[in-house]
Design a protein around this ligand. Structure first.
Ligand code: F6P
Length: 467
């Protein structure tokens, strides 16, 4: 049987898996848990010298192989090109991109270094599954080293229209290099179609159904695979967490007030200032809700070495202070703004006791908080999801969530009021519509669908053996 070799910038090492992990880490962990395989990536450490060889740990059928980055790699590849060019541009924020040739060459250097390490690990029939924007040119570097394995790439973040992609300086070397994979997967059909148009502008011929491209003598398959969650396990986790002393104490601290929850990394793509504006508008225009609602926004800081994130940190804290200054009472704090990480179990419990969630990014690949919030609800008395139309999750949860445009403050405030006042029958109906989707398409379905598209024969052989 072929091995699955997963590559991503961040690896959720087992000793760290108790803490809170990003969407990619959670999805890859769940995808590998039954299949086993190798997960290769950055150790999360910055060292004076590059690693000679990966540090290897085996746990529950998964081999974790990680390397350190040097300070220069971290600065140029991770903080620089990945997070100051690709991240903003692919989130439709070309205005925030800060490009330097040194950062691009650091990005290419680290991708080549990943390819060198992988070249020593790979066997000819390994299936290689590469994740996210840090590793776009990796297949090309591996092919140059003679590896003709099946290689798939999954993009966890959005893919904007071609003319925005072209704002990435030297985009042909990075985004364009995705054409060296056998399969490129996206979160939504819109993302996939945007990339197809980009390939067309770059000289590719797209198949009439839009799922294939002939470019430079290579065939690339394009597919949509909305990333998912372990729906049943997360629902169980929430049922359990809800009874813990910790979550009970949290709920009691709110007295009998309704709870609105938001959970996002501190990132400009998440639209936290817009959400705070909407909450402020709600408090200003609907005074009957004063002292009857608390909004808890959990926002761990992230990418703190990147200037745009430092600026964002100051802005959001300032807005939170203004709201509380204007509306608090000695016995009521309308907004609790918390820069801490919580375990996934604690979050599951917080979601379960919340009456509404605000998931309102300006742009998001998928947003698994939206899915986890839904899975965590008590189906007899569920909370309401207020969801941005610009999150990938809107394509699947749009029939049950209250969809909002995060740039429209007044409509968001109105949606918040509607969520808090929604009758039980409507809440149940909306929740069950969303749960049906999450149950039918959970994380196992996501991994199977991607691997099936990447290596159809192999996946059916595995299935035959499992039977
Ligand atoms: O998909 C984007 C993503 O990789 C998420 O999975 C995760 O939440 C986030 O970015 C983590 O960012 P970083 O690795 O830069 O902390």
């Amino acid at each position: 049987m072929s091995r699955i070799v997963v590559v991503s910038n961040r690896v959720a090492l087992p000793q760290k898996s108790g803490g809170s992990a990003g969407g990619l880490a959670v999805a890859v962990n769940a995808a590998l848990k039954d299949k086993g395989g190798i997960w290769f990536g950055w150790s999360g450490r910055v060292a004076p010298e590059p690693s000679d060889a990966p540090e290897v740990t085996h746990r529950a059928g998964i081999t974790y192989a990680v390397i350190d980055l040097t300070g220069e790699d971290y600065q140029e590849y991770y903080n620089g090109f990945a997070n100051r060019v690709l991240w903003p541009v692919l989130h439709y924020r070309a205005d925030l991109a800060e490009f330097s040739r040194a950062d691009l060459s650091g990005y290419m250097r680290v991708n080549r270094m990943f390819a060198d390490h992988l070249a020593r690990i790979l066997k000819p029939d390994d299936i290689v599954w590469i994740h996210d924007y840090h590793m776009m040119p990796l297949a090309r570097h591996l092919r140059e080293r003679g590896h003709m394995n099946r290689m798939g790439f999954f993009l966890h973040i959005p893919m904007p229209p071609a003319d925005i992609i072209q704002a990435v300086p030297q985009h042909a070397q990075t985004v364009g290099a995705l054409a060296h994979y056998d399969l490129v997967g996206f979160q939504t059909d819109g993302d996939r179609d945007n990339f197809a148009r980009y390939l067309e502008f770059s000289g590719g011929r797209i198949t009439p159904d839009g799922t294939g491209c002939d470019i430079g003598g290579r065939q690339v398959t394009l597919g949509t695979f909305p990333v998912a969650i372990e729906t049943a396990a997360f629902a169980r986790r929430a049922r359990h967490a809800h009874r813990t002393r910790y979550v009970k104490a949290f709920r009691e601290s709110l007295s009998d007030r309704k709870l609105i929850i938001g959970v996002d990394r501190l990132d400009y793509s998440k639209g936290i200032p817009n959400r705070f504006d909407a909450y402020e508008h709600f408090l200003r225009t609907v005074p009957e809700w004063h002292d009857r609602v608390s909004y808890v926004q959990i926002t761990p800081k992230s990418r703190t070495d990147v200037p745009e994130y430092q600026e964002m940190d100051r802005d959001v804290s300032h807005k939170a202070g203004q709201i509380n200054g204007a509306y608090s009472d000695v016995t009521w704090t309308p907004l609790r703004y918390v820069n801490r990480t919580y375990s996934r179990s604690a979050l599951a419990g917080f979601y379960r006791v919340a009456d509404a969630a605000m998931v309102t990014p300006l742009r998001d690949g998928m947003n698994l908080v939206a899915k986890e919030f839904v899975a965590a609800q008590d189906p007899c008395d569920p909370g309401v999801l207020v969801l941005s139309q610009f999150a990938g999750a809107a394509a699947e949860l749009g029939a049950g969530a209250l969809l909002v445009n995060p740039h429209d403050t007044e409509s968001m405030a109105a949606a918040l009021k509607r969520a808090l006042e929604m009758p039980l029958a409507e809440r149940r109906e909306r929740h069950s519509r969303m749960m049906r989707v999450l149950e039918a398409r959970d994380i196992d379905h996501w991994a199977e669908a991607f691997l099936e598209a990447l290596v159809p024969e192999e996946t059916s052989a595995r299935r035959a053996i499992a039977l």
